[in-house]
Design a protein around this ligand. Structure first.
Ligand code: ZN
Length: 94
């Protein structure tokens, strides 16, 4: 299970564009990098199983108050696979 940093940005821009922190109302979230490969997001195996495969979480952190917001990585992967990047172009980071 892998999600690249660019894929995560694409997902959050397209699906959760106007999601400000529900505690402090800031709108900047930090996506955690994988320690060994900074092109990948750091995903946390949660031990639970969905459809026979282990589930993973991606935690976003509010850069203002530190609130942790958790997304199921498999759900992000499904969306990314169903909505491939047209033309393989780059998108601007947030
Ligand atoms: Zn916050």
């Amino acid at each position: 299970m892998q999600i690249t940093f660019d894929e995560a940005v694409r997902f959050f821009v397209a699906v959760t564009a106007s999601s400000s922190c529900y505690v402090c109302k800031a709108d900047k979230w930090e996506i955690p990098f994988h320690a060994e490969n900074n092109k990948l997001c750091f995903l946390i195996p949660v031990g639970a199983r969905q459809g026979g495969v282990g589930a993973h979480n991606l935690n976003l952190e509010c850069t203002s108050c530190g609130l942790i917001r958790t997304h199921r990585a498999e759900t992000m992967r499904e969306w990314l696979d169903a909505n491939p990047l047209e033309g393989g172009g780059e998108i601007e980071s947030v």
